[in-house]
Design a protein around this ligand. Structure first.
Ligand code: PEP
Ligand code: MN
Length: 341
């Protein structure tokens, strides 16, 4: 972090500021130019509030030199991380996985959908038992009973489950049901008590980007989980809210290479929530695969018009079969290129 001082800052006020920084446990490096004086802050700058520093009388501007996220940062961990989700399924560092299943767990159709997505090549089963709905009158999910249905299906098919947790008080329930991956949804991307609570477990977390969250905010949310001791974080781009109204969200595919550049964590993309319409899911699934995502999360329903949530964006099992074939074709091209280079 550097602080650029206002012109004409007196020596006395500069030394006052320097000793304030030293008291915070950081070193300083002062550079006095003809035009301006710059103080470099050396050490753990997370101890300094940049806004407080910038509000000081003699400070003109504060700039960060290093990112505030440390554990998620590739600079301190150059190798890609593979997160082990159980059942022999790893994601990241060259391991590509497809998470598929219905938006909501609805009942006995889950096992039918699960068998189809597994047959098509999905390696992880999704389904929401606790649903974050915009309206309190909309279907809220089956709750604990939904987790039991997921458990039965996943055990039969030997697949890890990915399912959303919304309440920090449910962490013990998720642990008791041996849920392999806890999803934190877009609406909870900055629910700090929830992030901290899942951070106290070792259960992998699929962390979705908030609807209006920047990539830095996503990485800081990951940092909340990791700083509590859980380093098994998978980042997920699921579209952001923009002025566009033709799609449910705007799929920010830039996020895939940018997050890979900034972080060693695996990056998954969700073309279902990003587009909101079945017809756009396959092309954007292929684009995300080509962009280098470590995995995809795709909603599949055996009767989308009857789905209890998100039917408009669900693929049927037959459509999912075709999409998986094309995803595999794209992966082959990307992997060949890697080998040839
Ligand atoms: C979901 O996965 O069904 C979901 C609610 O996703 P998001 O949090 O991205 O809206
Ligand atoms: Mn959904």
């Amino acid at each position: 972090m550097i602080a650029i001082l206002k012109k004409g800052a007196s020596d006395q006020s500069v030394s006052h500021l320097v000793s304030w920084i030293h008291k915070k446990g950081l070193d300083t490096h002062i550079s006095r130019g003809k035009e301006e004086t710059i103080i470099g802050l050396v050490g753990d700058t997370s101890r300094i509030d940049p806004f407080l520093l910038e509000s000081m009388d003699i400070v003109d501007q504060v700039k960060r030199v290093s990112e505030p996220f440390k554990k998620a940062n590739r600079k301190f961990h150059p190798e890609d991380t593979a997160v082990d989700c159980g059942h022999g399924v790893k994601i990241g560092a060259g391991h590509f996985q497809v998470i598929a299943g219905p938006c909501s767990v609805e009942g006995e159709n889950l096992i039918r959908i699960a068998r189809r997505v597994k047959k098509a090549g999905a390696t992880m089963l999704r389904g929401g038992a606790f649903k974050p709905r915009t309206s309190p009158y909309a279907y809220q999910g089956m709750g604990a009973e939904g987790l039991d249905l997921l458990r039965e299906a996943a055990d039969e098919l030997d697949m890890p489950i990915v399912t959303e947790i919304m309440d920090p008080r449910d962490v013990q329930l998720f642990l008791d049901k041996h849920i392999e991956v806890m999803q934190i949804g877009a609406r909870n991307a900055q629910n700090f008590p929830l992030l901290k609570e899942v951070g106290k477990t070792q259960t992998p977390v699929l962390l979705k980007r908030g609807m209006s969250g920047t990539l830095d905010e996503l990485l800081m949310a990951a940092e909340y989980i990791m700083s509590e001791g859980n380093e098994n974080v998978i980042l997920c781009e699921r579209g952001i809210r923009t002025f566009e109204t033709r799609t449910r969200n705007t799929f920010d595919l830039n996020a895939v290479p940018v997050l890979h550049h900034l972080s060693h964590l695996p990056v998954v993309a969700d073309p279902s929530h990003a587009t909101g319409y079945t017809r756009y899911v396959e092309p954007m699934a292929l684009a995300a695969t080509a962009a280098g995502a470590d995995g995809l999360e795709i909603e599949v329903h055996d009767n989308p018009s009857k789905a209890w949530s998100d039917g408009a964006q669900a693929l049927t099992p037959d459509q999912f079969d075709d999409t998986m074939r094309r995803i595999r074709a794209i992966r082959e091209v990307i992997c060949q290129q890697t080998v040839q280079e």
